[in-house]
Design a protein around this ligand. Structure first.
Ligand code: ZN
Length: 134
């Protein structure tokens, strides 16, 4: 599996506009892309930060995964994404190693990516996303 780098850090927020405003005015980052991913019930803003990005995530529905995460943990870091060249190959390797996955096959991710999540039970509590940029 060829790992490139940390692609982004996913942060669950209650209010996307307020969070973007904070990172722009206080931290000096700039939101470069907004997207709604219906399937995951999220509105997303990408904020480049050096080689990586922050991915701010606000739930669009009270029963979405981000809403449930905030209910359980409060707002904050929700996942870490590692960029791979070939996500199909990466998933095959993980399956061969018996690693518990949330996604057996890649799905669409914000920012025109193919993504798959590794189960936090396998990683010691971190929701790990594999990302292949298209
Ligand atoms: Zn992500």
């Amino acid at each position: 599996m060829e790992l490139k780098r940390v692609d982004h850090i996913g942060i669950a927020v209650k209010n996307l506009e307020e969070a973007v405003n904070f990172y722009e005015t206080a931290i000096g980052l700039k939101a470069v892309g907004y997207e709604t991913v219906e399937e995951q019930k999220v509105k997303v803003a990408f904020m480049p930060c050096g080689d990586s990005e922050l991915e701010l995530l606000e739930s669009t529905e009270p029963d979405g995964p981000i809403a449930r995460f905030i209910e359980k943990n409060g707002p904050g870091i929700q996942h870490i994404a590692i960029r791979v060249d070939d996500i199909d190959k990466a998933l095959e390797e993980l399956k061969e190693k018996g690693v518990r996955l949330i996604d057996q096959t890649p799905r669409y991710g914000a920012g025109n990516a193919r993504i798959a999540f590794v189960h936090p039970k396998a990683t010691g509590g971190v929701l790990l996303e594999l990302t292949q940029r298209m």
